[in-house]
Design a protein around this ligand. Structure first.
Ligand SMILES: Cc1cn([C@H]2C[C@H](O)[C@@H](COP(=O)(O)OP(=O)(O)OP(=O)(O)O)O2)c(=O)[nH]c1=O
Length: 195
């Protein structure tokens, strides 16, 4: 089956490659709109919009995967920082405390001409060590925070400030790959060419 990852995120690409999936990338340009106030629902909604946008541009038998990651701290949703000041604000809020990272996933499948889809999410609790202003500024200078929800990368230099995590590490990086694979298996979806 032709599998499409509807994402520009290099992390999501790497995680699918890590489990030897064969897929193509098609990036959605949809305007992401949040109507759900609950973070777990909002990430599924955003993932769904990305996957649907790509799916509906195709007609053949395909499987389209979309995902979205947000950081939630004391009820405030953090996406990717707008600029360096915004990144500073986010990291200043997150340092020394715990927050939850939500990643939603949406899978669209064309079955005999009609689309079926399902969504799920993973929530992972992440605790930060305290960061001095100077450390935050130095970290922002590396540019690593700028394309990441909450302005940090657990898989990069941001690891220096991670005290503890509870839940799926890969969901923080952008795609809960184990859960995604299990969802395919449980639904009888063959994702490997010879399976
Ligand atoms: C918290 C955290 C987020 N991230 C990344 C994962 C996502 O790529 C990004 C959140 O932005 P998203 O809007 O979820 O995704 P994206 O814009 O990168 O890609 P696309 O919409 O095309 O799928 O933050 C990390 O890489 N490491 C981390 O520790």
């Amino acid at each position: 089956m032709r599998i499409i990852l509807a994402s520009a995120s290099p992390r999501r690409k790497e995680l699918l490659e890590q489990i030897n999936m064969k897929f193509e990338i098609m990036v959605s340009n949809v305007d992401e709109v949040i109507t759900q106030s609950e973070p777990s629902k909002a990430v599924q909604e955003l993932a769904c919009q990305k996957a649907e946008d790509v799916a509906k541009s195709l007609e053949e038998k395909v499987l389209v995967i979309g995902a979205d990651t947000i950081v939630v701290h004391q009820g405030v949703i953090m996406g990717k920082p707008r600029d360096k000041e915004d990144a500073f604000e986010m990291l200043n809020q997150l340092q020394g405390k715990s927050h939850t990272v939500y990643t939603g996933v949406s899978v669209w499948e064309n079955k005999k001409g009609s689309w079926e889809h399902f969504e799920f999410f993973e929530g992972t609790e992440v605790s930060f060590y305290p960061m001095k202003n100077q450390e935050i500024e130095y970290y922002i200078q590396t540019n690593e925070p700028m394309d990441k929800a909450g302005a940090y990368g657990i898989q990069g230099a941001g690891a220096a400030y991670i005290k503890k995590i509870e839940g799926d590490y890969n969901a923080v990086v952008g795609l809960p790959i184990g859960r995604l694979y299990q969802e395919f298996i449980n639904r009888g979806i063959a994702i490997f060419e010879d399976s």
